[in-house]
Design a protein around this ligand. Structure first.
Ligand code: 5GP
Ligand code: ZN
Length: 111
C-alpha cells in the first residue's frame, strides 16, 4: 500500500471506483476517463510500479490478470466483438499511474 498512489487508495476503499471484480490478488474497475465504450482497468492489489518492476514471483499473478481480463470481457459482452489489452510501461509510453494495470478496451459499435 502506497498512500500516494491513487490505485492503492481505490483498493483500500479510500477513493471510490466502479468495481467490476475484486479478490485477494487483483481488482478491476471502470476507468474514470474511458477511451472507449468499455474501458476497465485490471490492477493487482500489490503496489507494483510497472512491468519493469516485475519479479519472477509475480508470474502467477500476471497470468491471473490476463485470464481475468478475458473473463471480464466475456461478462461485459465484448469477448467476441473484440477488445484490446494495453499496458503502458513508463512515462514515455504514456503511463501516468505508477501502479501496474492492464487496460481492457472495447465495445466499439455497441453504442
Ligand atoms: P496509464 O496512462 O497510467 O496507463 O493509465 C492510467 C489510467 O487510470 C488513465 O486512463 C486514467 O483515466 C485512469 N485513472 C486515473 N485516476 C483514476 C481514478 O481515480 N479512478 C479511475 N477509475 N481511473 C483513474
Ligand atoms: Zn499503488
Amino acid at each position: 500500500m502506497n498512500s500516494d498512489c491513487i490505485f492503492c487508495r481505490i483498493i483500500k476503499g479510500d477513493s471510490s471506483a466502479k468495481f467490476v471484480y475484486k479478490d485477494i490478488d487483483l481488482v478491476a474497475f471502470h476507468n474514470i476517463r474511458p477511451d472507449a465504450p468499455v474501458h476497465v482497468l485490471i490492477v493487482p492489489v500489490e503496489h507494483i510500479e510497472s512491468i519493469n518492476a516485475l519479479e519472477e514471483r509475480h508470474s502467477a499473478l500476471i497470468s491471473k490478470m490476463m485470464l481475468k481480463a478475458k473473463e471480464i470481457a466475456e461478462e461485459l459482452g465484448i469477448k467476441d466483438s473484440g477488445y484490446k489489452l494495453v499496458i503502458n510501461v513508463g512515462s514515455g509510453a504514456g503511463q501516468v499511474v505508477f501502479h501496474l494495470h492492464i487496460h481492457l478496451i472495447g465495445g466499439w459499435g455497441k453504442i
